[in-house]
Structure formats: C-alpha cells, structure tokens
Design a protein around this ligand. Structure first.
Ligand code: AHR
Length: 607
C-alpha cells in the first residue's frame, strides 16, 4: 500500500534538481557534440608522424606529407602539415585526406562550411577539395580554393551535397596539380549546427539534451578539469578567442582536446538549452598527485578563478568581461554555483581544506552571492554545497535509496555531481535504468537537501576506441545517436518534476519497489513515480489522502522491457523507450499494477 498526503507538502522540490555533467571523455566533444568533422585538424606532432591524415598520390604524382614543427599560423599553433609535391599535373594530383572521427557523415542537399590556414613556397595552383565516398569513390561534393600565397592566411570553402543516401563512410581530400611545397593547419569542416551557430554543436545530440529539460550544466569536468598534471589542467584562458589562438591540450582521457569547445562555447551551450552553468574552477590538484600548497603558491590559481568568474559574469567594463565581448558575447552569463576542484578526496597531500578555504575567502569577498561547492569534506569554512559522487550497481542503489532521508538539513546542501548505475556498455541497460530510477526517487524525495544531480558520463562515441568509460547515457557514431534506457529514465523524471514533495508511505515487504510523489501546485498534477525492479508485477493500493477530487483518467508513462539486460544500441536505438497509456480508475483510493522491470510515472490530476 502507498499512502500519499496530498494536502500538506513536506518541502519544495529543488527546481534545479536535474542537470547535466560534462567533460571531454569518450570523444564527447571532439568526435561528439562539437560539430567539427575533421580529426587532428591542427596536426599536433606525435611520435608516429601525422595522425589521421593520409597522403594522396593519384596516377604518376609523387609527394610526401610530414609534420613540421618549425612553422604554423600562430604562436599557439607553431606546427603544421608540410605537403611536398615533386610531381603532379592535371591528370595526376597529389595531396592528403582525412577520414573524420570514424567517418565523415554526409546528408543530402546539405551545405558544409570549411576553412584552413595555409601558405606555399611556389605557385601550386588552386586547391581542390572534395568529399568522397569510401565505398564507391563517388565525389559527393567538390570545390576549389584559389592558389596559396607565401604568408600564412586563412581560406574558407563551402561544399554542398546533392541527393545521396546518408552515410558516414566518406572522407575529405585536398589536392593540387602542380609541384611545390605548402603548409597547412587548422583544417576544418562543419556540418549545419544547432541554431546554425558557427563553431557550434551537433544537432541530434543537442536535441536529445534539450528533451531532458536540464536545469544546469556542470562544466568543464570531472577529471578533465584537473588534468593528469598541473600543466594539463583545463586552462580556460587557452580555450577562448579565435581557434587559431587555442593551443589545444592533452586530456586525462588519453587524447588531445582541440579546445574548440572552450569556455565560451560551454556557456553558449548553457544559453541554448536554458541551463545555468555550474562552473568548476581548477583548485590546485591534478590526478597524478601534483598539487599546489595553500598560501602564496596557490594565489595565481585563485586569481585565475576570479578572472574566470569575471569572464562569465563581468560587465564589459571589466577586463575579462570586455574580453568576452571581444569574443562575441557582450552579455554576461548568469552564475550561482562555483565548484572548487573535483574529487579532492583523492589528493594524497590532504591540502584540500586549505586550498578550498583560500578560494572560498577570495571568491566570497568579491562575489558574496555565489554559492561555493566543495568536493570533499572541509572544516575551516562551511561550504555552501558538497558534491557527492556515486558510481554503483543497481543493487547498491536499491539498498541506499534512503541515503539522504536523515541528512542534517542545517548543514551544507548536496550536489550529486556525478552518479550512475554502471551496468551495460557502452551505454547502460534496463537494469541500470531501474537502479537509476530507484536512486532518483530517493534524491527527489529529499530534493530540499539534494538541490542538484547530474548523471555521468553523458556521452560516448560507440566506435572501437571511442570509449574510455563504460556505462554512459547517450551513444553515437558519426551519423546517428541514441539514448540508453537510463537516458529515458532521466528524461521521464526531469520532465515530470513538480514543485512540492509530498509525504508518502510505502508499506511493502518487497525491497525492489520504490516511489516518489511530487505535486505541481500550479496545475494540480501529482506525479507519482513507481519503480518495480522485481521479477513480478506489483499491485499497489494507492490512497491519496486529503484530495477532494481525483480525475479518473491519468496518463501513465512506462519504461520497461523483458529482461534487465535489454538495451538500446546504435543499430537498435529505440528498443527500450517510454510508452504512454491511460488508466481510467484513478480515485482517492485505487489499485494499480506496475509491470515487472518497469519505471512508471502516473500523472494524476488532484483537486
Ligand atoms: O565520470 C568519469 C570520471 O569519474 C570523472 O571524470 C571523475 O570526476 C570521476 O572520477
């Protein structure tokens, strides 16, 4: 039996409860959300030469390509690709090709915008640029760019496809028909992006995120904030301004970030999806146990965080607000939460208390309105919010759904900044979604305490080599994307939130059935979430105490499947998706049967 008191709410639901956590992991931005189609666009030198670029020698042409560390278009990009053509003509062109991030996706009747920096030591004639099918050799789009000059200069180009079957088995070619030497850098190609933003985001992934109605975005990480070493931390100042001035950096997830998704792009992503940023600032500790001692040594890092907050929030009369305006965004962004570090409990030097306190005092002095999040326990000051992380099995979540029931409400608020049921991969399965949903009922019932929660990781590129961390929310390849059952559980919970938590008593001996009841006080909708993770259907007698009238018809949204291993995948993207139906027996007291392995939301109208 489930008895819900509809008359006297327990507390307010946090309006920011459900948000997103993000970082460059699993090719989340490069090869994921960030629209760039070409991989290794800046030809960063590697031990094996020039990764992802291949020499073209058509017919009798003869040429070489090599990384050149001596010249580049900017001080941030001091290297380039050197193309040396010793023999080429109209029938024998030479150049190089790129296969994208596991393919270049092409759609019919679509315009692609590209650019590159280049210079040449002789007249190589025009550069021909073509999008070519790997399988058939068909040229799907073609254009030329005028002959290069002897100085580094940016060139732009446009490629338009005609009728074709969408596919990702394509590559791009850059060729010349004369001998000579040329250097290239920042070779880029973008498809249409979300809201047609230049340097913008992939449309299908943005649409999937928008459907979740996320309230916030925790950025830029995770481990990605910290880096393996201090040098490899997320240095936000290296991620703003023209792309040619961004040096790129090595991420802790073992690949190089283009930093095309820089601080401003993160903020614009927030703006596009009406999310507030939860800005994580580097706090002097990196993953391989490098740390900065509190005191004078930490001061430059504190100042860097203050500059970053000013870049986000400052008016154009401030130094960093003016810089933001120069970068194309004069309006400041809203900011309430700043997180100091990430998972600092792993810092063996145990300096977090001192580091947090130093950041806290400096930030509060200039920005007393900001809420400052701690990532580990501290005692010298009282954090506003503590970030808790949980990566667990479904069973562990089932057993801990009362985790926050007894948390002292007079202490710091809670941000569950990373959590997930890690079952299934690359994306999670129905069993994981059941663990997630059970856990979410606990967070929701306590959302006066748990003010924000974000699942992690958000994204995975499902190609071999694309994944560094299994158990992810949204999967994709170059062409298409899908949501895991966990994604749909999130979407169901976050779009049926309400604003008041109702007192409810679930009387059962079944340890795998869970509930949360919230009310939208404006439209009298009562959202009853029921999770049945057991092997048999469960019939619940529901009593809505205090309700004068309950509409007999209620919408029921159900996520279920035959086994807990069932899942969605790139080839079977909609196997487990929510289904809606109606019940017509809703009343002050009624019975309802929840199928086995099911997450259900009953949308009841209560007056
Ligand atoms: O989400 C993957 C990683 O898990 C995050 O980068 C880190 O914060 C946590 O340990």
């Amino acid at each position: 039996t489930l008895t819900i008191d509809t008359a006297t709410p327990k507390a307010k639901v946090s309006p920011t409860l459900y948000g997103l956590m993000t970082e460059e992991i699993n090719y989340s931005y490069d090869g994921g959300l960030y629209g760039e189609l070409l991989s290794n666009r800046t030809f960063h030198p590697s031990w094996s030469g020039v990764d992802n670029w291949t020499l073209i020698q058509n017919g009798d042409a003869h040429a070489t390509i090599a990384g050149d560390k001596t010249t580049g278009p900017s001080s941030a990009l001091p290297h380039s690709l050197k193309l040396t053509v010793t023999s080429a003509d109209a029938h024998a062109s030479a150049g190089f090709l790129n296969g994208g991030y596991w393919g270049i996706p092409l759609h019919p009747d679509t315009t692609y915008h590209g650019s590159f920096y280049a210079k040449a030591d002789t007249d190589l004639g025009p550069i021909t640029i073509r999008l070519v099918s790997n399988n058939t050799g068909t040229v799907e789009a073609s254009t030329t760019v005028a002959a290069l000059t002897s100085d580094w200069k940016q060139y732009t180009y446009t490629l338009k496809t005609a009728a074709l079957t969408p596919s990702s088995t394509n590559h791009i070619e850059f060729t010349v028909q004369k001998p000579g030497t040329a250097w290239f850098s920042l070779v880029s190609l973008f498809p249409p992006t979300y809201k047609n933003t230049p340097n913008g985001n992939r449309i299908d992934l943005m649409q999937k995120l928008a459907a979740m109605h996320p309230a916030f975005l925790r950025l830029p990480g995770g481990n990605y904030l910290e880096g393996d070493t201090i040098d490899q931390r997320f240095q936000w100042k290296n991620t703003i301004g023209p792309l040619v001035d961004r040096p790129t950096h090595m991420s802790p997830w073992n690949y190089r970030s283009t930093d095309g998704m820089g601080l401003l792009e993160f903020l614009e992503w927030c703006q596009d999806l009406h999310m507030q940023p939860v800005l994580a600032v580097y706090a002097g500790y990196s993953l391989k146990q490098q740390h900065v001692n509190p005191g004078p040594d930490l001061e430059p890092y504190v100042q860097d965080a203050l500059d970053e907050i000013q870049y986000v929030t400052g008016s154009t009369s401030t130094k960093w607000g003016a810089e933001r305006a120069k970068d194309g965004h004069p309006a400041p962004f809203p900011l309430t939460y700043v997180e100091i570090g990430n998972e600092d409990e792993f810092d063996h030097s145990h300096t977090y208390d001192g580091r947090y306190t130093q950041f806290y005092k400096a930030i509060k002095q200039q920005y007393p309105q900001l809420q400052l999040i701690a990532t580990a326990p501290v005692t010298s000051v009282r954090p506003d919010v503590i970030d808790d992380h949980f990566y667990r099995s479904a069973q562990q979540f089932f057993e801990d759904v009362h985790h926050y029931d007894t948390t002292d409400r007079s202490g710091p608020k809670t941000f569950v900044g990373e959590w997930a049921t890690r079952e299934g991969g690359p994306t999670t399965n129905l069993g994981a979604a059941l663990g997630d949903a059970a856990w979410m009922t606990g967070m929701e019932r306590n959302s006066d305490q748990v003010i924000m929660a974000s699942y992690a990781p958000l994204f995975v590129n499902v190609n071999p080599g694309g994944m560094q961390w299994s158990g992810d929310l949204i999967g994709y390849d170059a062409l298409s994307s899908y949501g895991s059952p966990s994604y749909y559980a999130q979407e169901m919970f976050s779009t049926n939130l309400g604003d008041e938590i109702l007192n409810a008593k679930l009387d059962t001996t079944n340890p795998r059935i869970f509930e949360s009841a919230t009310l939208d006080s404006h439209n009298h909708h009562l959202y009853l979430k029921l999770v049945n993770a057991s092997t048999t259907p469960q019939t619940v007698k529901i009593t809505l105490d205090g309700a004068a009238h309950v509409h007999a018809t209620a919408k029921v949204t159900t996520l279920t499947g035959k086994t807990t291993e069932e899942t969605n995948s790139i080839t079977d993207p909609t196997r487990i998706v929510p289904q809606t139906s109606n019940i017509t027996n809703a009343a002050k007291t009624f019975t309802h049967t929840v199928p086995r392995y099911a997450i259900q939301i009953l949308d009841l109208t209560v007056e």
